[in-house]
Design a protein around this ligand. Structure first.
Ligand SMILES: Cc1cc2nc3c(=O)[nH]c(=O)nc-3n(C[C@H](O)[C@H](O)[C@H](O)COP(=O)(O)OP(=O)(O)OC[C@H]3O[C@@H](n4cnc5c(N)ncnc54)[C@H](O)[C@@H]3O)c2cc1C
Length: 494
């Protein structure tokens, strides 16, 4: 044990998956050192402050609170030891047109009443749907996502095959949801959570109705202070376990001897390790490894279906915008056109759907008094030419729609504005094709079919994060870190 305790693990990257892996490995007794290229932790969930505004840079939806409980619970802690959660009600607002806005109630009875108002019998259909989805959530979240997916044999069992069939792994969410509802509005509402998986419902396995189950029955939450409070809590917990974090330190290569990583290269010199866990974007790590040691060719990567990138605007507004809720989905345009422009014919969208978040509606600490903190997001195809002119064009498109919806001029009250898109994802995170959310969760990019969390040519390099199992999103990234920590521990104990 003493000898094992001294084994040194380097974790590359301090995003959710890296911090999760580091903490679990420190808990198991290893000497863990996290190297992060940026000046602060959080990765895609970093925060910045400007003129009294506090901007969460990435995630804004806190779903699946049970996974956060499980995460902190593994270390004898609770989320409430580190941050205060508030349940949002309404959970979010869906803007179907300037005159048709649906506020999604937090309670199930309220949702059923809403569904019934759109389609007779829809509330009992929702019950049936949720009953099936509950099973998928139970098996998916308690079993499937915890499998490291490094060997086919992990999935060779009759029970698992039966589970997979009952889970609807092999049919699409698109078909599945149409067995329950006909109303185009209800279909839109039910297909929204699937967008989090980075693919359209036609290409997403029906088992992901577990997302609807989580959203409808467990609610939409917000950590007071902002989403980065989760990161702060996780870093505090990691430091309690003696994980060492070094920021502004980019890993630029590997020293490899006899198919073994002896050290990682940084501008400050070589840092030796017994084991390396790379939570930085998988494709970038492969590039650093070079042709001899990478798991997958460039051709392989080019064929992956990436989840969308995003064009983002962080805005400080010098007045309140009473029409906005915390989460506002502008679904007032044709999604089939927008999704075609993301997935089928990648191009800048002609007339996009977008999302507006105003956390200052819930949390006065993220904006100066009397001001609104607004975050706008347009999902866009990865790998597009990203220019200031293009960003500005969309900024004005969104402003036109936001002003029309809010019924007031907003542009003249903007006291802070920052845009963020492909170029920034690449320079800040080395994101492949400027992706925001990693790989899409399509059937052919699920479990064993995802990029492996083990390097097959080196005996001490593992990967974690949104480009490997189980997939994109904050809860999956936390799970990914815990899963890789178990694999690393098994390997180091051999
Ligand atoms: C705009 C946006 C909105 C999102 N919204 C949501 C949401 O509402 N809910 C949700 O659940 N999920 C959301 N997500 C997804 C979620 O944020 C990600 O899936 C998750 O944060 C990924 O974590 P990660 O650890 O895999 O990667 P990252 O967060 O990217 O962490 C990787 C880290 O590695 C570092 N790194 C890279 N290269 C090197 C190197 N060479 N040396 C050292 N360090 C390096 C990076 O700087 C980074 O800190 C959103 C993502 C984005 C971008």
């Amino acid at each position: 044990m003493d000898r094992m305790k001294k084994k040194k693990v380097i974790v590359i990257g301090a995003g959710f998956s890296g911090i999760s892996a580091a903490t679990a490995l420190a808990e198991k007794g290893y000497d863990v050192h996290v190297l992060e290229k940026n000046a602060e932790p959080g990765g895609r969930a970093r925060v910045f402050r400007e003129g009294g505004f506090v901007f969460d840079m990435g995630p804004s939806w806190y779903w699946m609170p049970d996974i956060f409980e499980t995460y902190f619970g593994k270390f004898g802690k609770k989320p409430s030891d580190y941050y205060e959660l508030k349940r949002l009600d309404p959970s979010y607002s869906v803007i179907l047109s300037e005159s048709e806005v649906i506020d999604i109630p937090a309670d199930l009875e309220g949702i059923k009443t809403l569904f019934e108002s759109y389609e007779e019998g829809a509330s009992s259909q929702l019950d049936k749907f949720l009953k099936q989805a509950a099973y998928k959530y139970r098996v998916g979240i308690q079993d499937f996502v915890w499998r490291p997916s490094v060997k086919f044999t992990e999935f060779l069992s009759v029970k698992l095959l039966i589970d997979a069939i009952r889970m609807d792994v092999f049919s699409s969410f698109y078909k599945h949801i149409r067995k329950f509802f006909k109303s185009s509005t209800l279909l839109k509402l039910m297909e929204f959570p699937i967008l989090f998986l980075g693919a359209i419902s036609q290409n997403t396995p029906a088992m992901y109705s577990l997302m609807n189950f989580a959203e409808i029955t467990m609610g939409t939450w917000y950590p007071m202070g902002g989403m980065h409070q989760i990161v702060n809590g996780m870093v505090a917990l990691a430091e309690e376990k003696h994980v060492k974090f070094t920021y502004n330190t980019e890993v630029t290569g590997f020293e490899i001897v006899n198919k073994h990583v002896r050290a990682v290269k940084t501008a400050k010199g070589l840092i030796e390790a017994d084991m390396v866990v790379a939570s930085a974007d998988y494709h970038w790590v492969e590039k650093l490894l070079g042709d001899d040691f990478r798991n997958y060719s460039e051709e392989y990567w080019d064929k992956r279906v990436m989840a969308p990138s995003s064009l983002l605007f962080y805005l400080g507004i010098s007045k309140r915008l009473p029409k906005l809720k915390h989460h506002n989905l502008f679904f007032d345009r044709d999604f089939s056109v927008h999704s075609h422009e993301i997935y089928t014919d990648p191009s800048w969208p002609s007339d996009p759907l977008f999302y507006a978040s105003a956390p200052s509606v819930t949390d006065p600490s993220v904006a100066p008094e009397g001001c609104e903190n607004v975050f706008l997001l347009i999902p866009v195809a990865p790998d597009l030419e990203d220019t200031d002119v293009q960003r500005e064009k969309y900024f004005h498109q969104l402003m036109d729609r936001l002003e029309a919806y809010c019924g007031e001029n907003i542009r003249d009250s903007i006291v802070y504005k920052r845009s963020y898109a492909h170029q920034d994802f690449m320079s800040d995170y080395h994101a492949f094709k400027g992706n925001a959310y990693g790989l899409a969760n399509t059937l052919f990019q699920t479990a064993i079919l995802k990029p492996s969390l083990k390097n097959k040519k080196l005996d001490n390099l593992y990967y974690t994060g949104q480009l490997t199992v189980p997939g994109p999103g904050v809860p999956p990234s936390l799970i990914s870190g815990l899963v890789v920590a178990n694999e690393v521990d098994k390997s180091l104990r051999k």
